[in-house]
Design a binder for this molecule. Structure first.
Ligand SMILES: Nc1nc2c(ncn2[C@@H]2O[C@H](COP(=O)(O)OP(=O)(O)OP(=O)(O)O)[C@@H](O)[C@H]2O)c(=O)[nH]1
Ligand SMILES: [Zn+2]
Length: 358
């Protein structure tokens, strides 16, 4: 029988649902296997956390192979079964199927997992020059498609311009059930403001452009400067891996924040289905357009154009185009490129002919 320390694991995000997942899973476990959480994924080794400290471990070839076969791989936030073998080496033997999953699409079109078992994504955007409702829509589309709760956090409310107007603009533009907070990320008050999302056992990620305030917010929410110092404990001079994982930060209220380079550099990419969910107003109005294939441009009897703002519509179209492009295989893309080359060549020839005629 496997036993695990729920209280300790709770601090790194163990929830009832995960426990359920554990019992639903078919196990062929060694008796000494332990439940741990992945905090870092490197090329050939991983960091896993047992609720007290993190350890270096490796994935058993069988696990790597079976995940590969499913077209996926281990990500930060995954819950895994870890066995101790000879020389105190730790080996991952199983991964519990993740409840949620943030992924990015690699160049070859495959989905590359970035983080698993995330409850809430804080979509961080500054109320300075960073402010950009379109970009927010993109982040939202992707996050919502992953089954992760999205909360908009506008930082720099203390120095930003038109704070009230921008809040109102976002409220009007985004789906109504998406919470929007404006905060000063440097102030401890932000902890109270965001408390509803920071409950015990909750796992969060922060998404947003560079300089938006993700580290600042992390420091404020964790009540530390672990982020800046790499988590070195003051005083005893021991390395950061003794108590804190580099990419897993614990908040005082019992939530944890996952922060990895992959998430930091991640730029939103969404699929058509998730776009439809975020632009649900457009999709549902489209049913009332006179023409079934209405593009909401010049067509008569368009139900969308009169209600949806031009900017929102423009963003939707742009995203849809990007999504379709990103869903193409490299072969599709080549074929498309060839087609356009031909068209543009034909165009140039026509022009030359015309000039020749003149
Ligand atoms: N006045 C004020 N400054 C802020 C606020 N949030 C962030 N800043 C400042 O903005 C700068 C960038 O913040 P960071 O937290 O480093 O931004 P980041 O999103 O972590 O950026 P990357 O690490 O590049 O991804 C820092 O100088 C912060 O002090 C805020 O709410 N108010
Ligand atoms: Zn229309």
């Amino acid at each position: 029988m496997i036993d695990f320390d729920f209280a300790a694991l709770r601090g790194i995000g163990l929830t009832q649902q995960i426990v359920q997942q554990f019992f639903n899973h078919d196990h062929t476990l060694a008796h000494d296997a332990r439940l741990m959480r992945v905090t870092e994924v490197q090329r050939d080794c991983l960091q896993v956390h047992d609720g007290e400290r993190d350890h270096q471990a490796r994935s058993l070839p069988g696990l790597t192979a079976s995940l590969q076969q499913e077209g996926t791989g281990l990500a930060v936030g995954d819950w895994v079964m870890v066995q101790q073998r000879a020389h105190e080496e730790l080996w991952l033997s199983e991964r519990l199927p993740p409840l949620t999953h943030l992924a990015r699409r690699a160049n070859d079109g495959r989905r590359q997992p970035l983080a698993s078992n995330i409850d809430t994504a804080l979509l961080v955007m500054g109320l300075d020059h960073d402010y950009n409702p379109r970009r927010m829509e993109r982040y939202l589309a992707l996050v919502q498609a992953s089954g992760v709760l999205a909360v908009v956090v506008l930082t720099k409310a203390d120095i930003g311009q038109d704070v009230e107007e921008r809040m109102a603009e976002l409220h009007a533009r985004l789906p109504r059930n998406v919470p929007v907070h404006a905060v000063n990320a440097l102030s401890a008050d932000t902890r109270d403001e965001l408390a509803p999302w920071l409950g015990e056992g909750q796992t969060l990620v922060m998404l947003g452009s560079s300089g938006a305030g993700k580290s600042t917010l992390t420091n404020t929410l964790t009540g530390s400067d672990a982020q800046l110092t790499g988590g070195v404990r003051s005083g005893d001079g021991r390395g950061r891996h003794t108590t804190t994982a580099r990419s897993l930060h614990r908040c005082e209220g019992g939530a944890c924040i996952i922060d990895t380079p992959g998430l930091r550099t991640w730029r939103p990419d969404a699929d058509e289905q998730s776009l439809a969910a975020t632009f649900e107003d457009i999709e549902s109005l489209a049913g009332q357009c006179q023409f079934r294939d209405c593009r909401h441009e010049e067509e008569p009897g368009c139900a969308v154009r009169s209600i949806i703002s031009a900017d929102r519509l423009l963003n939707y179209r742009k995203l849809l185009r990007e999504v379709r492009r990103s869903q193409q295989t490299p072969l599709d893309r080549q074929a498309n490129l060839a087609k356009w080359k031909k068209i543009s060549k034909a165009g140039k020839e026509r022009q030359r002919d015309k000039r020749g005629l003149l």
